[in-house]
Design a protein around this ligand. Structure first.
Ligand code: ATP
Ligand code: PRP
Length: 218
């Protein structure tokens, strides 16, 4: 049995077509059921639903053989023990710094002020600002980062941006792009050795459809 860890929402939805290309269809709808283990049309493949931030943990410790996770989550987790064969080019967005429109970020950075930064990505934010030599006080949040500069909790946030609509709706502006993000396939290294043939087949099918899509888009 091959166990694939996915998170509900965009990762699940955007992975379904890749699975279909590999001849695997999930036979249960996670929005209509409370089940966390979903069967597929392939007797040897099942899907487990975990929190997005838990996907690397499940794969690292063998609770799942492979998983699909955002690069943001993967880097924040640390990719020890995880084989990363593929950029799936789904769930594409970017990790950025944003501030209130009336906050002079450039001056604060130039003057060497201490900046309060709220984020879910404390590790990535620390590394980014340390690389720039900017002094920051980091405040860990688990969601609704956009609220932090509006309430005075922080001067800036580090969060994911895609269309920019969430920032705009909250009168925030993107001042720096830290990195481009997309979802990655991660594989447990021991599972790859023990279940090499079926895991390789899945990786190859995902790679083929990802390459096809990329060729069609460019
Ligand atoms: P958790 O449930 O653990 O809090 P989450 O709510 O961040 O996780 P999702 O919103 O489903 O989970 O995001 C999963 C992944 O999708 C993120 O790690 C990121 O890589 C990507 N992502 C997040 N927001 C966007 C977006 N607006 N557009 C495209 N991709 C995104
Ligand atoms: C993500 C992210 C931003 C938003 C950016 O939130 O945390 O808030 O998307 O996307 P945009 O630039 O297209 O507006 P998401 O929709 O995943 O909500 P959640 O983090 O609360 O699950």
């Amino acid at each position: 049995m091959i166990t694939l860890a996915l998170s509900k929402g965009r990762i699940f939805e955007e992975t379904l077509p890749l699975l279909a290309a590999a001849g695997v269809e999930v036979t249960e709808d996670p929005d209509r059921s409370r089940k966390l283990i979903l069967a597929t049309t392939h007797p040897e493949v099942r899907v487990v639903l975990v929190r997005a931030s838990d996907v690397p943990t499940y794969v690292q410790y063998g609770g799942a053989d492979l998983g699909v996770t955002g690069l943001d989550v993967l880097l924040e987790h640390g990719n020890q023990g995880l084989y990363q064969p593929l950029d799936l080019r789904i769930a594409a967005c970017r990790l950025s710094v944003a501030v209130r429109a009336d906050y002079d970020y450039a001056s604060a950075v130039k003057q060497g002020s201490r900046i309060k930064v709220a984020t879910k990505y404390v590790g990535l934010a620390r590394e980014f600002f340390a690389g720039k030599g900017v002094h920051v006080d980091l405040i860990k949040l688990y969601g609704s980062m956009e609220l932090a500069p509006l309430t005075g909790l922080a001067d800036a946030i580090v969060d994911l941006v895609s269309t920019g609509n969430t920032l705009k709706a909250n009168d925030l502006v993107e001042v720096e792009r830290i990195m481009d993000i997309s979802a990655r396939l991660v594989v447990n290294q021991a599972a790859l050795k023990i279940k090499q043939a079926p895991i390789r087949r899945l990786i190859d099918a995902f790679a083929a459809v990802t390459a096809e899509r990329f060729a069609a888009a460019s």
